[in-house]
Design a protein around this ligand. Structure first.
Ligand code: THU
Length: 129
């Protein structure tokens, strides 16, 4: 298993996931430009549609703590094909992190690193408005 604190944080916070409907637990961790790690897990809701993914919770927690620039993102889930951020989270990650490095990890320590630009090649953002 990697000793990278960002990956360990994503794996640890995954345990806090509130996923009674899907049983699919996800953890996310973002490193800001001071080196601080902000974490999030998915939080589901009985109406399903109000569910919030781990990635968005991590970013929104970080923003609300005053962080504004981010260096890296990690996403942890228990899948053999490593779980990437959903489309909505790619949009949010793009707006707050730009072309950030995203490392996907599973419980067996398998890792893949992607640039957000590769996952989200033609984004809409505030530069169009
Ligand atoms: N989920 C995340 O938290 N992040 C992802 O990248 C993919 C999906 C959550 C949402 C829902 O609670 C569960 O996983 C199943 O989709």
């Amino acid at each position: 298993m990697s000793a990278d604190p960002l990956l360990l944080a994503a794996l640890a916070v995954r345990e806090n996931a509130h996923a009674p409907f899907s049983k699919f637990k996800v953890g996310a961790a973002v490193e800001d430009d001071t080196g601080r790690i902000h974490t999030g897990c998915n939080v589901e809701n009985a109406t399903y549609g109000l569910t919030v993914c781990a990635e968005r919770i991590a970013i929104f927690k970080a923003i609300s703590e005053g962080a504004r620039k981010f260096r890296r993102v990690a996403v942890a889930a228990d899948t053999d094909v490593l779980t990437p951020p959903c489309g909505a989270c790619r949009q949010i990650l793009w707006e707050f992190c730009g072309d950030v490095e995203i490392t996907l990890v599973n419980l067996r320590g398998q890792i893949e690193t992607w640039s957000l630009k590769a996952l989200f090649p033609k984004p809409f953002d505030a530069s169009f408005i």
